[in-house]
Design a protein around this ligand. Structure first.
Ligand SMILES: NC(=O)c1ccc[n+]([C@@H]2O[C@H](COP(=O)([O-])OP(=O)(O)OC[C@H]3O[C@@H](n4cnc5c(N)ncnc54)[C@H](OP(=O)(O)O)[C@@H]3O)[C@@H](O)[C@H]2O)c1
Length: 271
């Protein structure tokens, strides 16, 4: 199959995606496979292993076996699972080049002092500690390479990390933490070839709002009423574009809105 310049640059890479069972992560897996179908290894991680197996089969069906796909069950909120992740990979899958830290969630719209402890903990354990632990698990592989190290860390933040809103205090705080960690990491790795990239979506229609409203689909649908949100493919294309730049190009920071959105709370809705 023919490849674009971007496809060629990605050839031979091993890519880990967290939260690959749904939404942006799932689309990112498919987009990497389509962009570089000749020689790629995709490690798809999430808690729902059966869904990951189905996605792996769908990718193989679509692009053929130039793309090898490894579904791997991993709960990023469990530090012991993250710390043993790399050693549990089969040998030929350990030479990771790109880590997409995408797993994340929002729970509820409660305001202090009524926010459930469980919701606070799961958001921080997944969005913040999970992302940091994944980064720490994979960075030694990057740092062992020439020129101080090579590899890409792509963190999925959010407009919520830049502009906190009422009813989202915990989620916004987790995404602000992602932003601080990412910016500090880029500075810490300045003497290397390791690229630290953050992509901050605005409104994207995925399972995100269904998770926020504890499975209540009608409440989730109301979030998008009168709007045309981004699709997960829109963000996946930007993730793959960032990873597919020439080695010396770092798309450090990207904020992406659908055209009706101008800030976390500024939406134009058709009535
Ligand atoms: N949708 C939006 O409007 C929006 C906007 C800005 C940023 N984001 C960010 O984009 C990222 C992806 O979200 P999405 O919109 O694609 O939502 P989604 O469709 O709900 O997907 C979230 C993914 O994260 C995984 N996940 C959740 N908890 C996990 C855990 N403990 N360990 C491993 N994987 C876990 C889920 O898989 P399992 O349930 O199988 O584990 C799922 O694959 C998140 O970081 C989110 O904060 C979304």
């Amino acid at each position: 199959m023919a490849s674009s310049a971007m496809g060629k640059r990605l050839e031979g890479k091993t890519i880990v995606i967290t939260g690959a069972s749904s939404g942006i992560g799932r689309s990112t897996a498919a987009e990497f496979a389509r962009t570089s179908p000749n020689n790629l290894r995709l490690i798809l991680t999430a808690r729902r292993i059966d869904t990951l197996k189905q996605i792996a089969a769908d990718i193989t069906k679509e692009v053929g076996d130039g793309v090898k796909v490894l579904p791997f069950q991993l709960d990023v909120s469990k530090p012991e699972e993250v710390s043993s992740f790399v050693e549990k990979l089969p040998e030929e899958w350990r030479d990771i080049d790109i880590l997409v830290n995408n797993a994340g969630l929002v729970k509820g719209v409660a305001r202090a002092p009524d926010i459930a402890a469980e919701d606070i903990n799961v958001q921080f354990a997944t969005n913040v500690t999970g992302l940091i632990n994944m980064t720490q698990a994979v960075l030694p592989i990057f740092k062992s390479r020439d020129e101080g190290g090579k590899g890409d860390i792509i963190n999925i933040g959010s407009i919520a990390g830049r502009e906190p809103y009422a009813g989202g205090s915990i989620y916004c705080a987790t995404k602000a933490a992602v932003r601080s960690f990412t910016d500090a990491l880029r500075k810490e790795l300045i003497a290397t070839r390791i690229r630290v990239i953050e992509i901050d979506p605005g409104q994207v229609e995925t399972e995100f709002s269904v998770v926020r409203f504890y499975g209540d689909r009608s409440k989730a649908d109301a979030v998008y009423a009168g709007c045309e949100p981004l699709t997960p493919d829109d963000i996946a294309e930007i993730i793959v574009f960032a990873a597919g730049r020439r080695e010396n190009v770092v798309i450090a920071d990207t904020l992406v809105f659908p055209s009706h959105q101008a800030a976390a709370g500024v939406m134009h809705r058709k009535v």
